[in-house]
Design a protein around this ligand. Structure first.
Ligand code: CUK
Ligand code: CUA
Length: 640
């Protein structure tokens, strides 16, 4: 067993790290049947939903596979003027945080809910990297229904990852931060080792309704936590996190970062942590964080500020945390469908180490440790290792599985995907990606039941693949057929925002469960109107409330007078339609908010403060019938 080849010839790596390998003018040979494999005939549906992170656009996008057709941009952490997300009075609380209203974030990872380690596709979870939050999307409405902020965290990268029955969504902090009784501690940055801590958040998920709660936080050494995966099946009850900067440096300029040959995979026995909590061993500590929920009957979000969290310190409570040495700066940390193998991908390593869960348990049992960090045991690399994949390529990042005993690892630096056998560790096939692949995804790939038919590479650099669009080029994904021995490139498709992780699941799981409209009779919004005769305008001090209905194809009221300069106008618009796919829009001239796009049976509210005297037209923005263009009105603003 060779364990010394961790460092690739340094200079070669340094040269390619920044830009990756970019084959010049590469042409892709596509065989004749590729087109037919991705062709979804007009009127036919795709086989899989692919939910893709938008990176710096803060949203998710919904794409059909194998066609690569974009079906929806789904607003999550960023305001979305197209449908009023973050602009309406009802949705504003969803973007509230302990810092106030935060209208943007950076979404990297998707997790689709599972039962018994198989997709049930009830919810999609996403992470906000910048102002740490986790969102939950309901896949019957494709709507963000919950956002939970995370205290004691900075750079919520290592999330969201879920346990096999979606018991928990887990989130590890990228940046260690000054934690403790007061999160806003003013300390010198060079007191990092003393004052900063890492944090892993365990968020419980209600199994019927999906509601999230910050169950507890596990304190961790001041490393950077990068990615993670839950154990499954035999390793259910454990969680595995990749870490870097185990030097615990407060600056990662090259002298400080990556000094060590090995960082760690942190193995967490969360069942043990649960036992300690049941025994009352958690400590409640002050922590300020927002918990935002969408109510599906009142069509309204509420934000509650929380003020404490249960904290567990594994320096005091033993048998929760163990460290597995892993070659330099592991990025991805993935568990195979059986739950036996844990794959760490050291970005700067020349091999891919594959660890064995069985060996890990045996080593823990024998107390076969090589030392400790922060009072927590470090296991011996050799005693936990199943083996190493040799010469896999350069810059291994992420690994997915096909359910047939094979693993697929993305190679950022050498721009390829490498297929290898989990048992024998032999490389079986490699295909180029165009270019510099980040994450890759196989439908069901992170679960116990992958659908090993397609693999998608989400690339960091697109270069010459599409018509150029100025300084910023389209981001891209590439779809491969992996049903045979050799991977075959089928399709390039552009993505919305920068794709990081994505998941895909069979369309049959959700397509017949879609909510077609919201029943008006269960609409409990305080401003709901149940019919056109309820439409009216009411004044309350300087507030003017317009209770408005929409139905094909008019607004009631459509001529509004009596508004004075200095008034605040609230348009409470109820869409009376009870039919699929008949939203109505509402927009008024000069409003510095956005439009409303009101779903059938829903009530939404736009606040508008007129800036001048005059007559302001308003109209419906969604072409809803032959008389859509007639769906309009006037509002008159008179001097105060
Ligand atoms: S990261 Cu983006 S390529 Cu944020 Cu999951 Cu590895
Ligand atoms: Cu309603 Cu157009």
């Amino acid at each position: 067993m060779k364990t010394k080849l961790w460092l690739v010839a340094g200079a070669a790596v340094a040269m390619t790290l920044t830009y990756g390998c970019k084959p010049k003018g590469a042409q892709t040979a596509i065989s004749g049947d590729a087109a037919s494999k991705v062709y979804v005939a007009p009127g036919q549906h795709d086989e899989f939903y692919n939910i893709i992170s938008g990176g710096f656009n803060g949203q998710m996008s919904v794409v059909g596979l194998p066609s690569g057709r974009v079906l929806k941009i789904l607003p999550v952490f960023s305001v979305h003027p197209e449908n009023g997300w973050g602009f309406t009075e009802e949705t504003k609380p969803m973007l509230n945080t302990s810092h106030g209203f935060v209208p943007w974030d950076d979404l990297h990872h998707i997790a689709i809910s599972t039962t018994n380690a198989e997709h049930d596709a009830r919810w999609a979870f996403g992470n906000a990297n910048n102002t740490p939050r986790i969102a939950r999307v309901d896949l019957t409405t494709f709507k963000t229904v919950e956002i939970l902020e995370l205290p004691n965290s900075g750079g919520n990268h290592s999330s969201p990852f879920i346990t096999e029955n979606t018991e928990y969504v887990v989130a590890g902090t990228r940046f260690s931060v000054p934690t403790g009784s007061d999160q806003n501690r003013d300390v010198p940055i060079d007191t990092y080792k003393d004052n900063f801590r890492g944090t892993i958040s365990f968020i419980s998920v209600d199994k019927d309704h999906g509601d999230m709660n910050l169950a507890f936080q596990l304190e961790a050494p001041p490393f950077n936590f990068d990615l993670a995966r839950a154990g499954k099946k035999k390793s259910h009850g454990w969680f595995f996190f990749s870490t870097y900067n185990t030097e615990m440096a407060h600056t990662l300029l090259e002298v400080n970062a990556s000094q060590k040959d090995k960082d760690f995979i942190m193995a967490v026995n969360w069942k043990k942590a649960e036992e300690y909590i049941a025994q009352g061993k958690g400590k409640k500590v002050p922590a300020k964080y927002a918990h935002n929920k969408w109510d599906e009957n009142s069509h309204t979000g509420t934000s509650t500020m929380m003020n404490e969290v249960l904290s567990l310190d594994p320096r005091e409570l033993k048998d929760i945390v163990y460290f597995i040495p892993c070659p330099k700066s592991p990025h991805g940390c993935d568990t195979d469908p059986s739950g036996e193998y844990i794959i760490g991908s050291g970005k700067l390593a020349a091999v891919i180490p594959v660890f064995s869960f069985t060996k890990m348990l045996a080593a823990i049992e024998k107390q076969d440790f090589e030392g400790s960090v922060d009072g927590m045991p470090v296991l011996k690399y050799e005693s936990v290792l199943h083996g190493e994949v040799e010469k896999p390529g350069l810059g291994p990042l992420h690994t997915e599985f096909d359910g047939k005993g094979n693993a697929y690892t993305s190679m950022f630096v050498s721009s390829e995907v490498v297929k290898w056998n989990i048992e024998t560790l032999q490389v079986l096939d490699r295909v180029p990606t165009y270019y510099s692949v980040g994450h890759l995804m196989i439908p069901g790939g992170p679960t116990g039941k992958p659908h090993g038919k397609y693999m998608v590479a989400y690339n960091k650099i697109t270069k010459d693949r599409y018509l150029p669009t100025g300084p910023e080029l389209a981001h891209s994904a590439q779809l491969y057929d992996i049903s045979g021995d050799k991977m075959q490139l089928l399709l390039d498709f552009p993505t919305i925002g920068e794709p990081h992780y994505a998941e895909a699941f069979p369309a049959t799981l959700v397509k017949d469960k879609q909510v077609k409209f919201f029943p008006l009779e269960t609409n409990s919004h305080p401003a709901v109107l149940k019919g056109i005769n309820d439409a009216r305008v009411e004044r309350n001090g300087n507030q003017v409330h317009v209770y408005m209905t929409t139905i094909r194809s008019n607004f009631r009221p459509d001529n509004i007078e009596g508004v004075k300069l200095g008034d605040e106008v609230y348009f409470h618009v109820t869409n009376l339609e009870q039919d699929w796919d008949v939203p109505h829009g509402f927009a008024i001239k000069g409003a510095n908010t956005a439009e409303l796009l009101v779903m059938p049976g829903e009530t939404q509210t736009l606040k508008w403060v007129p800036d001048r005297v005059g007559v302001f037209p308003f109209y419906c923005t969604d072409f809803c019938s032959a008389l859509h263009q007639e769906m309009q009105g006037y509002l008159r603003v008179s001097p105060a």
